[in-house]
Design a protein around this ligand. Sequence first.
Ligand SMILES: Nc1ncnc2c1ncn2[C@@H]1O[C@H](COP(=O)(O)OP(=O)(O)OP(=O)(O)O)[C@@H](O)[C@H]1O
Ligand SMILES: [Mg+2]
Length: 277
Amino acid sequence: MAIIETKDLTFRYEDADSDALCGVTLSIEEGSFTAILGHNGSGKSTFAKHLNAILLPSGGKVYVGGVDTADESRLFDVRKTAGMVFQNPDNQIVATVVEEDVAFACENMGLPQEEIRKRVDECLAAVGMSEYARHAPHLLSGGQKQRVAIAGVLAMRPRCIVMDEPTAMLDPSGRAEVIRAVQQLNRETGMTVILITHHMEEAALADRVIVMKQGKVALDGTPKQVFSQVDRLRELSLAAPQTVQLVHALDPAGTVLSPEALSVEECVGQLMKYLEA
Ligand SMILES: Nc1ncnc2c1ncn2[C@@H]1O[C@H](COP(=O)(O)OP(=O)(O)OP(=O)(O)O)[C@@H](O)[C@H]1O
Ligand SMILES: [Mg+2]
């Protein structure tokens, strides 16, 4: 079942002389992990903001959990279904103690204290931050802060989490922490994940990769289907993962080797084949 559907979605910012989104039709399966890639300005953030009704379509439709995001009376349902995580964890943290920060949205929803306690504990555990419950968020590392921000979104029990470059401001270990937490959420709780990223290795972990260009979907498929198109990716100003690039450089025509080598193991397998050929 699709949790998110967009039909011929177009959007133009006020005062802009061209559309930031030009007819995007997509269906995202509940429980899937989708990565969205694309060069700067291709429309990724504009698309993401439509999934949470931060922006409303200029043309076409967006349905989140079956609800039309343009239906003002259902705004709360839309926001509750699709939670958003942004790039800068510092802008998302509002309290001075981690557990209070995670509880913030639940407090606003007026949930009973007992229920809030339960959710905060659960969500901190889900992102591996339980032991920091009583810590001050501003003293945490970037990766830890971002995991606290994710826990705060999870506490609203969304069915889908939309992340707009959540690792862009993090160092490699922080990035790995966040991606591990997200992957685990998807696998263990069946949470639908939409991850916007500039990192190919992160996108390679998804079930599906969508590449945007100038407000349109340029490529859409499994990571293997998308990343094996080395030349097409270059046209879209993106680089294939290093493993794919290496295999492609050795055998550009793909006569002996398969460019679908995303993992280091697959790449080694292809290199062995190359040496034997
Ligand atoms: N607030 C705004 N007002 C006017 N134009 C905007 C606004 N925000 C974005 N745009 C334009 O809309 C287009 C899509 O921008 P968007 O931010 O969605 O791209 P993006 O793929 O998220 O880029 P990035 O990788 O840099 O985050 C770009 O041409 C951008 O200049
Ligand atoms: Mg963006």
